[in-house]
Design a protein around this ligand. Structure first.
Ligand SMILES: [Zn+2]
Ligand SMILES: [Zn+2]
Length: 316
């Protein structure tokens, strides 16, 4: 495509403007500003004291490799009735300077197991309505510590964005009797937005992507929660993360990812949304919620596919 297009989400009333004439090629995207300050890193083992550990994976030689700790500086705490909740930081490795895409598949599976443990535990806390797991990677995406980590927020409210997604999912279910994410897999499987897939997982750059190089990781099995993933499905997520996040890392593009689970354990199709942040939102985006995405999803998928070297596949 060369002319800009207004596109609507597959099943939600969200619109984006895909305007590839403004596209920058990935190597022209300014690398995320480095935010290493030279101060000591509190996630490194030598400085890691007095933390309240809620999960510990003693990886390879008996020392902790992955831990979840209660965030001491959190906005939400279980003791504050005015801002009730819990937030934890999952430190994904004891080694400073590694990114998740540098991990082995086995190590990524271990990180997913930490997510599952904390998601399940916090979801059952009294007064908690929603638990969100996310990662901020790179200065522009909001990370303030470069030692790779994820965050878990247990919220006493159901955020409107999550509620809207659940409502749109339910409406689609009623109208079509099928699941929108199962349908997206079927609809997109031969189209130019496919990034990668195997027997367990479908990875695409969505038709109305609201972020440049946006990617969704959707399990092929219709499962509601991250805790329902099989070991083999977790390995597939590890492979996909290495492809997608490895490409973003190569070009210095900051990103967030979110794990979207069912609300109140109702029917849903869990998935992971990767949202790179190579540009800064301006007036239109903040004022209307309408996003201008300068990278077409078709182009983004091609960039990712080049990374996995399937460019000679005749379907593309
Ligand atoms: Zn560190
Ligand atoms: Zn489904």
């Amino acid at each position: 495509m060369s002319k800009p297009e207004i596109r609507k989400d597959y099943f939600k009333d969200d619109y984006v403007i895909i305007a590839p004439n403004r596209a920058k090629r990935p190597f022209e995207v300014k690398a995320a500003t480095t935010i290493e300050t030279g101060k000591i890193c509190h996630f490194c083992p030598e400085n890691f004291h007095g933390e309240t550990i809620t999960y510990q994976d003693n990886g390879y030689n008996g020392e902790w490799e992955i831990v979840s700790v209660i965030n001491k500086f959190a906005a939400l705490t279980p003791t504050n009735v005015s801002a009730y909740g819990q937030t934890e930081v999952i430190i994904e490795t004891r080694r400073h300077g590694m990114d998740i895409n540098d991990f082995s598949i086995d190590h990524i599976v271990r990180v997913i197991n930490a997510y599952i443990d904390r998601y399940t535990a916090l979801k059952s806390m009294d007064g908690i309505k929603h638990v969100i797991i996310f990662k901020n990677e790179g200065g522009k995406a909001g990370a303030s510590v470069t030692h790779t980590h994820s965050q878990v927020y247990a919220l006493p409210i159901l955020p409107i964005k999550i509620e809207n997604e659940a409502r749109a999912f339910g409406k689609y279910r009623l109208e079509h009797t099928t699941c929108p994410y199962c349908d997206i897999i079927a609809l997109e499987s031969e189209r130019p937005r496919v990034i990668w897939q195997d027997e367990n997982l479908f990875v695409l750059s969505p038709y109305a992507s609201d972020s440049p190089y946006g990617a969704w990781l959707i399990p092929k099995r219709h499962i509601r929660l991250i805790s329902e993933l099989t070991h083999s499905e977790k390995e597939s997520i590890g492979k996909a993360m290495r492809i997608v996040l490895g490409t973003l890392d190569k070009y210095g593009i900051a990103y967030n990812y979110f794990i979207e689970n069912a609300v109140y354990d109702e029917d849903y199709h869990m998935h992971i949304k990767i949202a790179p942040r190579p540009n800064t939102w301006a007036g239109l985006e903040l004022g209307t919620g309408v996003i201008i995405n300068p990278i077409s999803p078709e182009y983004a998928a091609r960039i990712y596919r080049d990374h996995v070297l399937i460019r000679d596949d005749p379907r593309f």
